[in-house]
Design a protein around this ligand. Sequence first.
Ligand code: ADP
Length: 376
Amino acid sequence: MEYKKKTQDSEIQDSLEYAEGIINTVREPLLVLNGGLRVISASRSFYRIFKVKPEDTEKQHIYDLGSRQWDIPKLRELLENILPKTASFDDFEVEHIFPDIGRRVMLLNAREIYQKATRAKLILLAIEDITERKLTEETLARQAKELIRSNTELERFAFVASHDLQEPLRMVSSYMQLLETRYKDKLDSDAHEFIGFAVDGVNWMQTLINALLTYSQLGTKAKEFELTDCDKVVTRALLNLQVAIQEHNAKVTHGPLVTVMADSSQLEQLFQNLIGNAIKFKAKGQPFVHIAVEEKGDDWVFSVKDNGIGIDPKSSEHIFEIFQRLHSREAYPGTGIGLAICKKIVERHGGEIWVESKPGEGSTFYFTLKKAGANI
Ligand code: ADP
């Protein structure tokens, strides 16, 4: 009998040491309470984080700890009402201002366990301090909201500005025409040439304003994403480019394409801009363009490869900016908005766009789109 009791005592001692070891190893503050909510033991992290000492903690009632700083209504509800009914709870969020460490947000997890030998109830209470994580989440959410607001404002500004600029431009253009027709015989050839330059300028500005307008409306006129067959989208883009394809005798091919979640008209515009550029910036021989797609993790990586004039790698980021071009209008027509539009469309779809090229060796434009079903 005596022997049996001794073995039992040493088993209890062993398991206590074992439990103590676990409690002191975990990073989260952990309290072990008895059924009467008095502290049996606390982890080292509890003392460190809440700046309290073992002699002021052990055997104390949880609500009496550190000038009653744990006497929190939500914790009371948890320990007195919820836990006895459920025997456990997870991720119960509690916010509290502590005298020494200030405002803290904590996630509480608790388990009721019964000791085999004595049937005494123990409560394990894990306290995860998520204050920093919460702060980061809140800051990120605030910044995201601010970004959306300033983006919308910028788009609105670009729209209003480009819209309002059109009216005075129309006025300049019509008075120039009036000047030309009414004073036809009174003006010398220089004057006619100058009027010609002014009209060209007006027309060019009109083109730029329209480009800006298209760019600014990419976000506001966007459609919901839907399952989109890229094969069909590329076919439509090629149809729109028919004249250029014939004019330059270009050969455009593509491998098997895939279905993605996208705004189909924007995707069509994206392919059209990239294929159009691949034809426009052709080298001496016949232009060849090939469109392909490869799988990479959660993404589809699309490529539009040409055998054109190529791009100096130094300019490979620059060309995606609005109105940035590497050539004169006389050498290659265009406004320099095409790739900025491509970038905005790809980013709106949660992807990335880039180019790999060397002058004289053709270019390959790549962009990624999330696979249908992947989170954006
Ligand atoms: P645009 O075509 O109106 O000039 P983009 O924004 O589409 O405007 O392109 C910006 C610049 O990037 C072009 O002016 C050209 O210098 C370069 N570029 C784009 N695509 C190609 C390409 N496939 N090959 C060579 N250069 C290109």
